[in-house]
Design a protein around this ligand. Structure first.
Ligand SMILES: OC[C@H]1O[C@H](O[C@H]2O[C@H](CO)[C@@H](O)[C@H](O)[C@H]2O)[C@H](O)[C@@H](O)[C@@H]1O
Length: 574
């Protein structure tokens, strides 16, 4: 097990966790594992053993609730709402926005950083064993809603938003937290809780450092971080590598045992279809590996007996699918590490990481590029075949430039054909995560900010006029659609609805959350990028205002007409 707090037997696995979570005391399973201990882990476990013995190992639900009430405090009490010290009222990006409504929205989004700021209480540092939160030195910006701790890949888009909001100290503090976690634990867990101990998320720490350096020009920050960044890169390569068609590629995987602690009863329920302990454990691993991808859950991870993506969670085979974006991100990490080494003057190391990047690019080209589809595709290791199902990540090599740049024209033509063949431009609310509606949250019709970002920035990078035009249209549509949802609800959502302009997402195992870190980050970046050109005049909002003005106008004309009629009647005809 990785070096975590001494409370694993409470928050990560074991009889206490099983008993409490299977009693389903809380509407959201995450609630229990976010609660604070009132006594030491050792005393809590001793009391639990005594409690179970006294109840013949079959306590009632009420008795379990009493035990929890007596031994655990409310969730979230370890965190204080924190106003970032570097927050400013009017960051420069707001001046780049032309449309007055969008400008006001930019101000509102900048204000939301204050609502999402969290600082750990001193007691967390003094008594870490009493909490499931992973102690970090600096305050953080959290996603929002039920997600009251940091999340790894969410933080990339949050940090980019913070940098556009000129909150360099907060952004740097979050990156330093991650660097300290790699030093302490060896990798970055999925989120800031000990119960995420067996899995990470798409490794974007090096890209966070690169973003910070691009904004601040503080090359030394990257150079000083190099050893840790290399460590994280090697961690993924050493633990996640598989062979496909004679090439080394990486997959998502998990090293823990048992159901996800934060969704325990949900996982136990789906595991009922499996009879043996080994099969159940395999099922849990597939689910947790899907969580490592950040796409929990999606038909993207289903391989049924016929080798297709139809099915449900019991068909999850995440560990047998080579995902395009994870390999693309590792290529990108190697390139950025090489660049930082070059800045430091470490030529040997630079060449070493350029070579690693080159090898990953060759593997991506050989195994994941699909000439027939005209795009990159995930690879099914069980059936040894590409998975020709749309996911935005199929285009992720464009985002990180993990392809032969001299072939940009050819790739642009192929990819645009692929987009057309899959009808991806036909959705009013953004490009959906898949084209298959399973009710899982990373499937049709849900659409997510990080995925729009990967698509839009990727097409922009391609550089051909056609790809750039589509990129701009999709980027601006996303801004307008998020604005429409905000105008109607005054909320930013974790996911949206591809089929409904201005609609928010749903499905999956918890209700849609608001806040929301990565959605705000992407919009702030794109308000800065498109602010001068974008206008709301042809959006649904404007269309509705026009309709309203027409109706009001017609009513006004009718009223004026009626008065005029009565006046004329009284004065001329009486
Ligand atoms: O509790 C269920 C799952 O919740 C998280 O996943 C979702 O929210 C994260 C925070 O925004 C996001 O990073 C992830 O992509 C979402 O699917 C958590 O990351 C999962 O591990 C957890 O099982």
């Amino acid at each position: 097990m990785h070096k975590m707090n001494g409370n694993g037997q409470i928050y990560c696995y074991g009889s206490l966790l099983d008993t409490v979570q299977m009693a389903k005391l809380f509407e959201d399973s995450k609630t229990f594992v976010d609660m604070k201990l009132l006594f030491s882990p050792q005393k809590t476990l001793e009391d639990f053993d005594a409690f179970m013995a006294a109840k013949n190992n079959t306590p009632s639900r009420d008795e379990i609730r009493e035990f929890v009430d007596a031994h655990f405090g409310a969730k979230g009490t370890e965190l204080d709402v924190w106003t970032p010290t570097d927050w400013i009222e009017h960051p420069g990006f707001i001046d780049l926005i032309h449309d007055p409504d969008l400008k006001q929205w930019g101000v509102d989004l900048n204000n939301i950083w204050k609502e999402l700021g969290r600082k750990m209480k001193d007691d967390v540092h003094k008594n870490p064993d009493y909490y499931s939160i992973i102690p970090v030195p600096n305050p953080v910006i959290v996603p929002g809603g039920r997600f009251i701790e940091f999340y790894y890949w969410d933080s990339y888009w949050i940090i980019r938003g913070l940098l556009h909001s000129e909150m360099y100290t907060t952004a740097r503090g979050m990156i330093e937290n991650f660097l300290s976690i790699v030093q302490r634990i060896g990798f970055i867990p999925n989120g800031g809780r000990v119960y995420y101990w067996g899995r990470s998320q798409p490794p974007l720490l090096t890209a966070m450092v690169k973003s910070y350096v691009d904004f601040t020009k503080d090359d030394l920050f990257a150079i000083n971080a190099l050893e840790i960044l290399e460590h994280e890169f090697e961690y993924f390569i050493n633990n996640n590598t598989v062979q496909a068609k004679g090439h080394n590629l990486v997959i998502y995987r998990d090293t823990s045992t048992g159901p996800r602690p934060e969704s325990y009863s949900e996982d136990v329920e789906t595991s009922q279809s499996f009879t043996t302990k080994e099969a159940k454990e395999d099922h849990y691993s597939e689910l947790k590996s899907a969580a490592e991808s950040g796409m929990d859950f999606s038909s993207r991870w289903f391989i049924n007996a016929n080798g297709t993506n139809e099915g449900n969670l019991t068909d999850a085979k995440t560990r047998s699918i080579v995902p395009v974006e994870l390999n693309a991100i590792l290529y990108w990490n190697a390139k950025m590490i090489a660049e930082f080494h070059s800045k430091a003057g470490n030529i040997e190391k630079m060449v070493e990481y350029e070579t690693k990047a080159q090898k990953i690019q060759e593997a991506i080209q050989a195994v994941l590029w699909n000439e027939e589809a005209g795009c990159w595709l995930d690879y099914d290791l069980i059936n040894e075949k590409p998975r020709n199902y749309f996911v935005p990540t199929n285009l992720s090599p464009l985002w990180v430039k993990a392809y032969n740049l001299s072939e940009s024209e050819k790739i642009s033509a192929s990819v645009l054909k692929y987009i057309e063949a899959n009808n991806l431009d036909s959705f009013p609310g953004g490009v959906p995560n898949t084209l298959y509606n399973t009710g899982e949250q990373w499937d049709l019709p849900n659409v997510w900010a990080p995925m729009q970002y990967i698509l839009v920035e990727g097409l922009d990078n391609l550089g051909t006029p056609e790809a750039k035009a589509l990129s701009q249209r999709w980027g601006q549509r996303w801004v307008k659609s998020n604005f429409e949802a905000y105008r109607e609800t005054l909320a930013m959502f974790e996911k949206y609805d591809a089929e409904n302009f201005g609609g928010h997402g749903g499905g999956g195992e918890y209700g849609v959350q608001t806040g929301f870190g990565w959605s705000n980050g992407v919009i702030i970046e794109w308000l800065a990028k498109y602010g001068r050109q974008i206008s709301l005049s042809n959006t649904g909002a404007a269309a509705r205002s026009c309709r309203l003005i027409t109706v009001l106008g017609a009513t006004a004309v009718a009223i004026v007409g009626a008065f005029a009629g009565r006046f004329i009647w009284r004065n001329w005809f009486k």
